[in-house]
Each structure stands twice: as structure tokens, then as C-alpha cells.
Write a protein that binds this ligand. Structure first.
Ligand code: HGY
Ligand code: MN
Ligand code: MN
Length: 393
């Protein structure tokens, strides 16, 4: 897809894949690309108080038909998670304009900021600020690994941090939201279909486990004299694996020792748990079991542990009427759940929301190997155009 090719050189991570974080220099390049692409199509671009970008086809208005996704990525992420939804939205505008279609309802393409939470740790940052799901003061205090606050980063990107917060005007403008996304899983592959419609999203959240012990010398400290937080952290990683049963999911992809020297017993180890399940109770039970194991492991090593919830999203069931209307418009396509969170999942609590998925041949995502065939991406853009025409007429 041409749009994705435009972005192939933006935010390339030397470890593989892409690292594109919100309000970063890379994000600025992505924003400039989106604004140029939108203006080339005669769309009027504005940035809302939370840094989300809106490209309006015709005058902004309430009850708009809105589509779009995000451009940021996880560290070392793939090329499709997020950008495919934005590129497909722009291509859907091309298709509709090519058909001589003019939306009767207000119509916008949106790019939400920092959906992955890769920089500030809080997922769906832009959409949760917009809906009020994330408190503005708490957001302003978020910091990245270098200690830069969201307020500082937003200001550097031209977004006034004092205005971050619930945006009732923007929310009222959304009549319906449809997000196209590369499937993160093998549902469509196994069904042999290029496009599908989402039914639901797992409950999911992120918790920081901070283990503190006693920093010391790797050679001069006998094993029996240590209070090594790395051992408690390691035991917790294994406990998370054991606790994740009955289709619940526990992942620890990020673990940071302080100070992090090869010949240094760390004084502190931070790890982050991503936990997911079909409902809130099972998600919180999973986290509680892992936290209990962490407490035991810390005590065994003469260490302490502090667990902090950094983000939580309830399970989502998409609007059944809208879901079925999309399936009908597309002549009957599969309906399938997802284990991945999305801005659409945040908006679903406020406005009728739906998602379209594009087949991912391997199902792999959040990795450089993430992929979707050109033909399936084009099929997705056509499906999105058909759905938007149906909704905007
Ligand atoms: O983490 C997720 O599920 C999404 O990709 N942000
Ligand atoms: Mn993602
Ligand atoms: Mn995504």
C-alpha cells in the first residue's frame, strides 16, 4: 500500500521493526505525512486539545462518520498495527471521491496519539484523554523512561498541556466510529477470509512490579548475604506463566534492573505485567495471584515489592446493530474477537463503534514480522469505503 511505503523509513528501529512513540520527533514526521496526505485529498486538518489529529471531509459537525486509527508503535513494532487503519481510511476517501460520492453527514479521518502507550506507559492515551477515561492531571504527570513528562513532551509537540482532558465537543462530533486494523491473530487465516468484523476485545491492563533489595558487589557478596531483587523478579516471571490458565494471558516483556551493571547486584528491579482475560474478575484474579506470588518471592529474598496499576481497560463488546450492519453491507464476512486493545475499544463506551480486520497471514503482531498481503489490504480499503458510504449517506 503506497501510504505504508511512504512510512517505511520513519522510525526504523536498528533492532528491527519500528519504534514510533507519541509526541516524539518521529511522531512529528508521521503527523506531517498525515496532514499532507489529508490536504492532498481536500480534507481540512486540525489537532484537538489532546493532540489527536482530525481530517474533515467537508465542514466539521456533530454526529459525524469517523474512521481512522493510530500511527505510533510498540518498540520494534511492525509496519501495519495502526498505520494500516490510517492508510486504508485515506484510500477509502480516494475510492469514495473516485465514485463521485459526497458524504451527507460530517465525515472525518482521525489519528489518535500514543495508542500503544509505548512512551508514557498508558495505552490509548489520546482516546482515553478525549473521553475522560484518563484523568488529565494524572496524564500530565506521566513520564517516559528518560524522565520527560507528558506535559513537557506535549508542549514540545505544540500541544498545550494545560488543555489536556475530556473533550466533550470532539466526543459529540463522533456519531459513529469505524477502525480498520490488521488482525493480530490467525482468525481470518483459519477462516480463509481477507476481511472480518470485530465482536469483542479482552479486558486488559498493565501493572508495574517494583522489587527493592540491596545493591552490592557481584564478587564480594556471598550468596547467603544477598537481598537480590532480581531473584524475586525472576520468580514472579515464572509465577505469571503458571498463573495464566483458562485462556487468560500474562506477559512480562519489559524488565529493568537498577543500575543494570553486569558485576552489580541490582538495588531495584522493575517489571511490567500485561494481563488479559475475558472479563474483569478473571483479569484481576490473575493479577492478584501473580502479586501474591511476587510478595512471597520478595519475602524469601529479603526484598520488598510494590505493585502499581498503570492502565486498565474493561472488556468490550462492540455495538451489535452496527456490527451486523457492517456484516450485511459487506455481504457476510466473519465476525471474530480480538485479544488486542484499540482506540475503538475506548470509544465503544461512548458512541456506536465497530472494527474491520484485515487478514494477517501469520497472525504475528507487535514484531517486525507483522504482515498483510497487498491484495488483502486493498480489499480492506474497499470494504471500509463501502461501509463508510453506507453510514455517511
Ligand atoms: O496492547 C494492545 O493490545 C494494543 O496493541 N495497544
Ligand atoms: Mn498494537
Ligand atoms: Mn493498534
Amino acid at each position: 500500500m503506497t501510504g505504508l511505503a511512504d512510512l517505511a523509513g520513519v522510525g526504523v528501529d536498528r533492532r528491527g521493526g519500528f519504534t514510533r512513540h507519541g509526541f516524539s520527533g518521529v511522531d512529528l514526521e508521521l503527523r506531517q505525512w498525515f496532514a499532507e496526505e489529508a490536504r492532498r485529498r481536500g480534507l481540512d486538518v486540525e489537532t484537538d486539545r489532546n493532540g489527536n489529529m482530525w481530517a474533515w471531509w467537508g465542514p466539521p459537525g456533530e454526529s459525524a462518520v469517523v474512521t481512522g486509527s493510530h500511527l505510533d508503535s510498540v518498540p520494534g513494532g511492525g509496519a501495519f498495527d495502526g498505520p494500516l487503519g490510517v492508510v486504508a481510511a485515506l484510500q477509502a476517501v480516494d475510492l469514495l471521491q473516485g465514485r463521485g460520492f459526497t458524504p451527507v453527514k460530517p465525515f472525518a479521518v482521525v489519528v489518535f496519539v500514543e495508542e500503544e502507550g509505548g512512551r508514557f506507559g498508558s495505552g490509548c492515551l489520546g482516546s482515553r484523554l478525549l473521553t475522560g477515561a484518563l484523568d488529565a492531571d494524572a496524564a500530565r504527570r506521566l513520564t517516559d523512561p528518560d524522565g520527560v513528562s507528558l506535559a513537557e513532551a506535549a508542549r514540545a509537540a505544540g500541544v498545550d498541556p494545560t488543555r489536556l482532558g475530556r473533550d466533550g465537543d470532539a466526543l459529540r462530533r463522533i456519531g459513529v466510529f469505524v477502525e480498520l486494523h490488521v488482525e493480530q491473530g490467525r482468525g481470518l487465516v483459519d477462516l480463509g477470509a481477507p476481511v472480518g468484523v470485530a465482536s469483542s476485545i479482552l479486558a486488559h491492563g498493565r501493572w508495574r512490579f517494583r522489587f527493592t533489595g540491596e545493591g552490592n558487589h557481584a564478587g564480594a557478596t556471598l550468596m547467603g548475604d544477598r537481598r537480590d531483587p532480581m531473584l524475586a523478579a525472576a520468580a514472579t516471571v515464572l509465577a505469571a506463566r503458571r498463573a495464566a490458565v483458562d485462556n487468560t494471558r500474562a506477559t512480562i516483556g519489559r524488565l529493568i534492573p537498577t543500575p543494570g551493571g553486569t558485576n552489580v547486584i541490582p538495588s531495584r528491579v522493575d517489571l511490567w505485567l500485561d494481563a488479559r482475560a475475558h472479563d474483569t474478575r478473571r483479569t484481576r484474579d490473575l493479577v492478584a495471584a501473580i502479586a501474591e506470588a511476587a510478595g512471597r518471592a520478595a519475602a524469601d529474598e529479603g526484598c520488598a515489592v510494590e505493585v502499581t496499576e498503570e492502565y486498565y481497560g474493561d472488556p468490550v463488546t462492540f455495538d451489535a446493530g452496527l456490527r451486523d450492519r457492517l456484516v450485511d453491507t459487506l455481504g457476510g464476512v466473519p465476525v471474530l474477537p480480538t485479544g488486542a486493545g484499540h482506540d475503538a475499544g475506548v470509544l465503544a463506551a461512548h458512541v456506536p463503534t465497530a472494527m474491520l480486520f484485515v487478514r494477517n497471514p501469520t497472525g504475528v503482531s507487535h514484531a517486525p514480522e507483522e504482515f498483510a498481503e497487498e491484495a488483502d489490504c486493498a480489499e480492506g480499503a474497499r470494504a471500509l469505503a463501502d461501509v463508510l458510504a453506507e453510514l455517511a449517506r
